[in-house]
Write a protein that binds this ligand. Structure first.
Ligand code: C2E
Ligand code: MG
Ligand code: MG
Ligand code: MG
Length: 288
């Protein structure tokens, strides 16, 4: 774009910025009542074992339906919730709702595994592990079938306590995944010292895997390194059969993406799961 004169540029910037901050303020205050007004829901995105094509489980993804703002994406409201100090209420709601759903889902598929996203601001909170233990006992869930997804950037923020925190979760038997791997600055060598069970390759490297030689190299190298560190690899953003096949060839264990299914409301996910439980190879089934 052409460079406007100094004053003009400042006016433009200031104008845009004030709209952005007005929206942030509006979102922050509307979020405070979103739970009690029952505007939140968890969508579940199916995950498959890439070697067999069998169902592995699902990732729970938070959705917010506001009567005026419409569907606000989590990429917009989670950072606002984090900076305005209300994200823990959301996390508590996600954990409570997610584990209740998991209790229903293991009735359908005993091995069903549920992954939950935990804000880097909350992962170190004692109340969170207390809540998790209580719900696991209440629903008699197997902790090894619950994965906590923590982002790489969160690991940098809370470096001091994260090692102990993750160790505590893993002592309970919960699984820990590093989400969005490759988008931050941490090296795998650094992350491996923290201790985690799964590494999730960010979708930006996966979405165009079929056509991008660079991303093929990155995904293959990530799989090789993660495997030699004893970790399982999960790929998100699989949008085509070509990408799916590439990841299979790198021995990437688990995958999710629009090629398999979009995130689904709970009842729709249950129906999907019921259809797929006894299917030997979901991909073969979906493409034939
Ligand atoms: P994430 O945890 O990395 O989740 C994966 C995102 O990729 C989801 O976006 C999902 O809908 C999207 N996705 C999955 N498959 C594909 C695909 O094939 N193509 C494309 N283009 N996208 C795909 P979503 O649901 O908008 O969530 C965005 C982010 O918001 C999440 O990234 C996560 O960081 C955060 N988030 C979502 N739910 C929660 C939550 O309950 N708590 C917290 N703290 N954060 C959450
Ligand atoms: Mg995630
Ligand atoms: Mg991710
Ligand atoms: Mg991501």
């Amino acid at each position: 774009a052409a460079k406007p004169a100094g004053t003009h540029k400042w006016q433009l910037f200031d104008f845009g910025n004030s709209i952005v901050s007005q929206r942030r303020i509006k979102i922050a205050s509307a979020l405070k009542v979103a739970i009690e007004r029952e505007q939140l829901s968890l969508y579940l995105q199916p995950q498959l074992h890439l070697d067999s094509g069998r169902v592995y489980g699902a990732e729970a993804l938070l959705r917010w339906h506001h009567p005026e703002l419409g569907v606000v994406p989590p990429s917009e409201f989670i950072p606002i919730a984090e900076s305005s100090g209300i994200v823990f209420e959301l996390t508590e709601w996600v954990v409570e709702t997610g584990l209740k759903q998991q209790a229903e889902l293991v009735e359908l598929l005993a091995s069903h595994t549920l992954s939950l996203n935990i804000s880097g601001k909350d992962v170190g909170r004692k109340e969170l592990s207390v809540q998790l233990i209580e719900l696991i006992n209440q629903y008699a869930l197997s902790p090894i079938q619950i994965v906590l997804e923590v982002t790489e950037s969160a690991t940098v923020d809370n470096e001091r306590t994260l090692y102990d925190t993750l160790a505590d979760y893993r002592k309970i038997g919960l699984r820990v995944a590093i989400d969005d791997f490759g988008t931050g600055y941490s090296s795998l060598a650094y992350l491996s010292q923290l201790g985690f069970d799964k590494l999730k390759i960010d979708k930006r490297f996966v979405m165009d895997l079929e056509s991008s030689k660079t991303n093929q190299t990155i995904c293959k190298a990530t799989c090789d390194m993660a495997h030699s560190l004893g970790s399982v690899v999960v790929a998100e953003g699989i949008e085509s059969e070509g990408s799916y096949r590439q990841l299979q060839s790198y021995q990437c264990e688990i995958g999710q993406g629009y090629f398999i299914s979009r995130p689904l409301p709970f009842e729709e996910y249950k129906a999907w799961l019921q259809r797929m439980i006894d299917v030997e190879d979901v991909i073969h089934y979906l493409t034939s």
